[in-house]
Design a protein around this ligand. Structure first.
Ligand code: NAD
Ligand code: ZN
Length: 253
């Protein structure tokens, strides 16, 4: 564990009254959901270009059956419980220490851990939405099982359902809310993101040009390591957050 790094983080957080957390796929790996760019991620297995060419709104529109073959294989996340890191963040929110979590994740684990203010900008992998203008029916992931070899269609109007996740070529969800929360924060903690996916990486970059209190907890390099006041790399992220929580509790009591 990075004791010095943790102490620095604790002293920054103890003084801050507006802390926002940004999370990426790396916060969920310890709970059992693989990331994309890490060691076991699909970018390594399949190559980034192949992934980008399929998880793309144009490909979805033109080849829905093939899109869903891929989606079923790589995007049906294992049903797992939130990890320690998710639970500690929920506890920090309850104490009033953190204001919100802005997440790129689509696994719903922050919400399952009890975090209330979660701004999910890439949607939710468990929901499938009918694009029909007058329909907009939403289905759960179990509905997909009725269509093992083709794209699922809406029971009401027959349209092809779209996963409620933001594909490449689409606008993120909750853009204004995410950007305003980040820009208004005094301290930003990035956890488990390589900060390569825009526009979120852009929001963090903009934050870091105006303020100093950027903390990054990530295994491996991120695009903004140079701008961080503290970077914690390595170690078990759940344990690191638990230790930060423990020390902050002592300081604040
Ligand atoms: P990423 O895959 O680009 O980066 C994840 C980072 O987390 C990597 O740098 C990796 O080394 C690091 N990491 C892995 N395990 C870690 C741990 N235990 N502690 C700390 N860091 C760890 O992820 P991203 O930047 O979030 O971008 C990928 C995109 O794919 C996102 O937009 C997201 O929507 C989607 N995605 C989501 C999930 C999920 O919901 N769990 C999983 C895979 C991909
Ligand atoms: Zn419909």
């Amino acid at each position: 564990m990075d004791k010095k790094g943790i102490e620095k983080v604790v002293s920054i957080l103890a003084k801050s009254n507006n802390i926002v957390v940004v999370t990426g796929a790396g916060i969920s790996t310890e709970a059992g959901v693989p990331d994309f760019r890490g060691e076991n991620g699909i970018y390594r297995k399949l190559g980034e270009n192949r992934v980008l060419s399929i998880l793309n709104i144009n490909y979805f529109n033109s080849h829905p059956d093939e899109f869903y073959d891929f989606y079923r294989q790589y995007f049906t996340f294992p049903k797992v419980d939130p990890g320690k890191a998710h639970r500690v963040l929920a506890d920090m929110e309850k104490k009033g220490w953190i204001k919100a979590v802005v997440t790129q994740n689509i696994d719903g684990l922050h919400q399952a851990a009890g975090s209330r203010k979660v701004v999910a900008i890439h949607g939710n992998a468990e929901s499938f939405v009918c694009p029909g203008r007058k329909c907009r029916q939403v289905y759960g992931v179990d509905y997909l099982q009725q269509f093992p070899h083709s794209a699922p269609t809406c029971a009401k109007c027959g349209s092809i359902l779209k996963p409620d996740v933001v594909l490449f070529g689409e606008q993120i969800q909750n853009y204004m809310e995410a950007s305003e929360l980040i820009m208004a924060a005094k301290t930003l903690i990035v956890i488990g993101s390589s900060l390569t996916v825009y526009p979120l990486a852009g929001f963090v970059k903009e934050f870091s040009t105006f303020y100093q209190d950027l903390i990054i907890i990530n295994q491996g390099y991120t695009q903004l390591d140079h701008a961080a006041l503290v970077k914690i790399d390595g170690g078990h992220t759940g344990d690191t957050l638990e230790e930060i929580y423990r020390q902050l509790t002592l300081l604040k009591s």
